[in-house]
Design a protein around this ligand. Structure first.
Ligand code: ADP
Ligand code: MG
Length: 246
């Protein structure tokens, strides 16, 4: 008989790669180690994120140290926050503040295979962003046409989309991904399979920022998808979370 486990139960974690950053145990630690803004800290608390899950405690420092990552962790273990939290920290203030070093246009792109998943990711971003005016766009036909206006486009912070939607907009010339510093593929087993591969490659090619950080998240990563992922990632760390044998 299986007993339902709380989401923050400890799992077996394997992290492989060069100079793997140490993991953390409490969100409090992120305040001192990565200057987690107090607004984000209070949003975490507000939405009941009191303690990181296993994948979060490994993935978050890796991403905050700017490393590429392939993260494999079972469904329901909190992969979304593993990339949403470091993304929001890395963004610093909204681009509408016009800081020169932010460049213009989206600094982060999160891709998911379905509109429904993209919608869920968007909601997670909005929770952490509550209280600050980041422009976090769930890509749709309607939003992509508003981006035809360069003034609107330049002030976007984060884009969440399915690959198809983004490629359509790229092909119309309504989208500039040259300022994207964080590219995240969720459900990477599907995203790196033949259904989406051409689109993903087109998006990666449009992300021309030289110091771009890429990460992939998935519950499983079949050998073919892993091979594609490691062709795209730079000096990546591979983190695998497994259920502990009982
Ligand atoms: P996955 O993508 O790995 O399947 P999700 O990111 O969808 O998992 O998270 C599953 C559920 O767990 C969501 O309802 C999410 O809000 C919740 N959750 C994630 N991280 C935490 C946490 N640190 N503490 C409590 N709940 C969490
Ligand atoms: Mg998920």
């Amino acid at each position: 008989e299986t007993e339902e486990q709380p989401i923050t139960r400890r799992h077996q974690v394997k992290a492989k790669g060069s100079n793997v950053p140490s993991h953390f145990e409490t969100f409090e630690e992120l305040r001192t180690r990565f200057s987690l803004p107090s607004l984000i800290a209070s949003n975490l608390e507000k939405y009941g994120y009191s303690k990181p899950t296993s994948i979060q405690s490994y993935a978050i420092p890796i991403l905050l140290e700017g490393r590429d990552l392939a993260a494999i962790s079972p469904t329901g273990t909190g992969k979304t926050l593993s990339y949403v939290l470091p993304t929001m920290i890395a963004l610093d203030s909204p681009n509408s503040k016009g800081k020169k070093e932010f460049g213009s246009g989206a600094r982060a792109v999160i891709l998911a295979p379905t509109r429904e998943l993209a919608h869920q990711i968007h909601n997670e971003c909005l929770k952490l962003a509550e209280g600050r005016k980041w422009k976090i766009i769930l890509f749709s036909k309607a939003t992509s046409s508003t981006l035809a206006d360069k003034n609107v486009r330049d002030k976007v912070d984060v884009i969440i989309s399915t690959p198809l939607r983004l490629v359509a907009s790229l092909q119309q010339g309504h989208l500039d991904l040259s300022n994207v510093r964080h590219l995240i593929l969720d459900e990477a087993d599907r995203m790196l399979d033949s259904e989406f591969l051409d689109q993903i490659e087109e998006i990666i090619a449009a992300c021309t920022y030289s110091d771009i950080q890429k990460s992939v998240f998935s519950a499983t990563l079949p050998a073919n998808a892993e091979k594609v992922a490691f062709g795209v990632l730079r000096d990546p760390i591979r983190v695998v979370v497994g259920l502990k044998d009982t």
